[in-house]
Design a protein around this ligand. Structure first.
Ligand SMILES: [Zn+2]
Length: 248
């Protein structure tokens, strides 16, 4: 498939134009015009690029690409090395940020819910990327913590009473700790996201709403994989996901 046909297909599938984002969504670095092998990864780190080009990828698709708003625009240091690597190998980099968090089927939050058995009942927060809903069966916070840890292969950091029963909850993959208060306003028992900040601890303790930090990387592994699998199924691409361990 031609690179820009692929870009156009993903753009309409993920409804990219609906979002105001902090980075460009789509082709961030242009490589060869024909794509057969697609590598996916959470972040376009050097390790993911090295593994993808060693495998012979024509394009690398990630959730966290480059050129974030407010970052230094100079192409120096590690940014130069990463971009030079892509250009030397004639491999494209395509990045999808908020559209990939939000998509109702392939998105990080939809995929996280599927993996963890959360039932989605609605959306909230910025551009409706976050979800709220319920557990299939109410569980104690201890049971829920163990279930999330086993499912994502990373022990979550939890603030709350472990004997407390959780029925309603809200979730948003990645660094969504800033949505905690909006989740509390929905009347949930717990909020699940990737990262936690100092002030979230006090808010959790004073409201009694549990905060579960399940890992930024760990909660964002599934959307980009689902996108890669979808593209492989739809167009016959070879697809491989490159997971680079990240404790945060
Ligand atoms: Zn993220």
């Amino acid at each position: 498939m031609r690179l820009y046909e692929l870009r156009d297909y993903i753009e309409s599938k993920l409804e990219v134009s609906r979002f105001r984002d902090y980075c460009p969504n789509g082709v961030q670095v242009e490589g060869r015009s024909e794509v057969r092998r697609i590598a996916t990864g959470v972040t376009a780190s050097q390790a993911v690029l090295d593994a993808a080009t060693a495998w012979g990828a024509d394009a690398v698709l990630v959730h966290h690409g480059y050129f974030w708003r407010n970052e230094d625009a100079s192409i120096t240091g590690i940014k130069k090395r990463r971009i030079a690597h892509l250009l030397q190998h004639d491999v494209s980099l395509l990045a999808y940020h908020l559209p990939l968090d939000a998509h109702p089927e392939l998105g990080n939050n939809a995929q996280l819910a599927r993996r963890l058995g959360f039932v989605e009942q609605g959306r909230f927060a910025e551009q409706d990327i976050a979800c709220h809903g319920r557990l299939v069966q109410p569980q104690t916070l201890a049971q829920l913590t163990q279930h999330i840890g086993e499912s994502l292969q990373r022990a979550p950091q939890v603030i709350g009473d472990l004997n407390f029963k959780v029925a309603r909850l809200a979730w948003c993959s990645g660094g969504a700790q800033g949505y905690f208060e909006q989740a509390i306003a929905l009347g949930v028992d717990a909020f699940v996201t990737g990262e936690i900040s100092e002030q979230n601890v006090h808010v959790a303790q004073e409201t009694g709403v549990a905060f579960i930090a399940a890992g930024h990387h760990a909660t964002e592994r599934y959307g980009i994989q689902a996108l890669g699998q979808h593209l492989a199924g739809q167009f016959g691409f070879e697809h491989r996901f490159f997971d680079q361990h990240n404790p945060v």
